[in-house]
Design a protein around this ligand. Structure first.
Ligand SMILES: C[S@@+](CC[C@H](N)C(=O)[O-])C[C@H]1O[C@@H](n2cnc3c(N)ncnc32)[C@H](O)[C@@H]1O
Length: 213
């Protein structure tokens, strides 16, 4: 029997390999073929470090991963997964303050942002992402994103405030100009409860004007 709150755990897909991808698995599946060694990427919510590890495995050697979390315990947990410490910058701050920590020359050059909202599994459930700071961070992230880059946002509508946050992210994404961004929502349709869903955004490459003759 599927537990909608736990459907996003990585073990779910391990236990049921034939199952459709969870929201987290979709975020990994979308990013994996688009990342290259040498890319610069951001994990906006370190948590237990699984997404940081995934990103590091896809951009190293040569790349860099910037990782945000408001909890020291999350950053410590993340650090324990990482071998190439010099290529992974752990930042104890909210993602909504990203411009204070990202090197200015990277503006417009970051290949991917991963947001995995909600709380750190197995820890204080009061330390949770919030709609206002999540939207603030997403608005900034589209500016730092490279053309052709992706932002994935895994939303957890099952907890208090989670549905409001998920709807706000979807509303924001649905109003982005289609000539500059493609956005999608990936969600289970028939599960009971409120399983996590994934919002993904791709920044289109700007058309260059060519003159003929
Ligand atoms: C669902 S967990 C992230 C899971 C993680 N990506 C992983 O792979 O294990 C959400 C994390 O967001 C963090 N968080 C909450 N508010 C935040 C904020 N404003 N900026 C950055 N991280 C925040 C929480 O402390 C928590 O660790």
């Amino acid at each position: 029997m599927t537990d909608p709150e736990n459907i996003n755990t990585l073990s779910h897909t391990t236990r049921f390999p034939e199952a459709l991808p969870t929201a987290v698995r979709w975020s990994h599946a979308l990013l994996a073929p688009r990342l290259r060694d040498g890319d610069v990427v951001v994990d906006a919510t370190a948590g237990n470090g699984h997404d940081t590890l995934f990103l590091a495995q896809h951009v190293l050697p040569g790349g860099r991963v910037f990782v945000f979390d408001v909890q020291v315990s999350a950053l410590e947990q993340t650090k324990s997964h990482i071998k190439k410490h010099d290529a992974v910058t752990l930042i104890h701050a909210g993602h909504e303050r990203m411009e204070e920590f990202l090197p200015p020359e990277l503006r417009g050059g970051i290949r991917a942002f991963m947001f995995n909202l909600g709380w750190l599994p197995g820890s204080d459930k009061s330390c949770i992402t919030r709609t206002d700071t999540t939207l603030m961070a997403l608005r900034k992230a589209i500016d730092w994103l490279a053309e052709g880059g992706l932002i994935t946002v895994v939303c957890y509508p099952g907890h208090d405030g989670g549905e409001t946050e998920a709807l706000a992210v979807e509303q924001w994404a649905s109003h982005l100009p289609a000539d500059s961004f493609e956005t999608q929502k990936i969600a289970f349709l028939n599960l009971e409860g409120a399983p996590p869903r994934c919002v993904v955004l791709r920044k289109r490459a700007r058309l260059t004007t060519r003159t003929f003759g």
